[in-house]
Write a protein that binds this ligand. Structure first.
Ligand code: DGL
Length: 256
C-alpha cells in the first residue's frame, strides 16, 4: 500500500495522478486538515505532525509514503527519511522544467512562505535557475480557500498579476492545493503563460519507487481517505476525481 499525505486536501491533486498512473495500487490518504495550513507553522511543529501521520500510515501497512505537500517536504522529509525505514517521495519544486520552458527568462513561483524558506527550494533555484529571474509570490489565503471549497478570484488575480507584471511567462504551482485553482490561475495569466503542475512528474517518480519494492505494484483497489478535520470538502473533492467511491471509504481520524 502507498500512503499519501498532505496538510489537507491539496495532496489529492497528486493522488489523482497516482491513481491514473497506477490504478491497481492500494492507497491510504491522510489530510491533516485539523492542523492546516502548515504554510506559516514552525518547522518543528510540521516535523511532529508529519511523524505522527507517517506512523499512522505505516501502522496501516504503507510500504512507501508520498509527502504530497511542498511545505511538509521542505520542513520534514530529511527527518522522515532518517527516522522511518520506508522510501519517501516528496514534492520537488518544479523550477528546472520552468527555467527550461521560459522564453522571457522570468519564472513565477507560487508557494507557501515555508516552502520558500526550505533548503530544498533554495538549492533547486541555485542549481537550475542560473540566469533566470524568479518572482516568488506567497499565496497567502489560497490554501484555506481550497480547503473551504472557495475560489478566491480576486486574490488569484493579484498574485498572478505580481508575476506576469514582472514578465513571467511560466508559473510554477509550488503548493499541491493550487492545481485545484489551475483553471482560474491560467485564466488570470492569459494564454501566453504556461502553468506547471509537478504532480504528473511526482507520480512517475512514485511509480519507479513502488516498482522497486518487494511487492512491486500490487493491490486490490484499496482506497481509504482519512482526515483529522471536517470531512465534507475531502469527500466532495475525492468524489469529483472518482465518483465510484462510497461513504465507507472516508474516515474522520484523530492522529495525535
Ligand atoms: N498542500 C500544501 C503544500 O503543498 C499546503 C501547505 C499548507 O498547509 O499551508 O504546500
Amino acid at each position: 500500500m502507498t500512503g499519501v499525505y498532505d496538510s489537507g486536501i491539496g495532496g489529492l491533486s497528486v493522488w489523482r495522478e497516482l491513481a491514473a498512473q497506477m490504478p491497481e495500487q492500494d492507497y491510504v490518504y491522510v489530510a491533516d486538515s485539523a492542523h492546516c495550513p502548515y504554510g506559516d507553522k514552525s518547522p518543528d511543529y510540521i516535523i511532529e505532525r508529519a511523524s505522527s501521520v507517517v506512523r499512522f500510515l505505516t501502522d496501516q501497512g504503507a510500504e512507501a509514503v508520498v509527502v504530497a505537500c511542498n511545505t511538509a517536504t521542505a520542513a520534514a522529509i530529511s527527518y522522515l527519511r532518517s527516522h522511518f525505514r520506508i522510501p519517501f517521495v516528496g514534492m520537488e519544486p518544479a523550477v528546472k522544467p520552468a527555467a527550461l520552458a521560459s522564453r522571457t527568462g522570468v519564472v513565477g513561483v507560487l508557494a507557501t512562505a515555508n516552502t520558500f524558506k526550505g533548503r530544498l527550494y533554495r538549492d533547486t533555484v541555485m542549481r537550475y535557475a542560473s540566469g533566470i529571474r524568479i518572482v516568488e509570490v506567497v499565496g497567502k489565503g489560497l490554501v484555506e480557500a481550497v480547503e473551504r471549497g472557495d475560489v478566491p478570484e480576486e486574490l488569484i488575480r493579484s498574485y498572478v498579476g505580481q508575476m506576469t507584471g514582472e514578465g513571467a511567462d511560466v508559473i510554477v504551482l509550488g503548493c499541491t492545493h493550487f492545481p485545484f485553482l489551475e483553471k482560474e490561475i491560467a485564466a488570470a495569466a492569459g494564454p501566453s503563460v504556461r502553468i506547471i503542475n509537478p504532480a504528473p512528474a511526482v507520480a512517475r517518480q512514485t511509480r519507479r519507487v513502488v516498482e522497486n519494492l518487494p511487492h512491486g505494484i500490487s493491490g486490490c483497489g484499496r482506497r481509504e481517505f482519512h482526515t483529522t478535520g471536517d470531512p465534507a470538502c475531502l469527500i466532495r473533492t475525492v468524489l469529483s476525481i472518482d465518483p465510484s467511491l462510497t461513504p465507507d471509504h472516508f474516515h474522520r481520524t484523530n492522529i495525535q
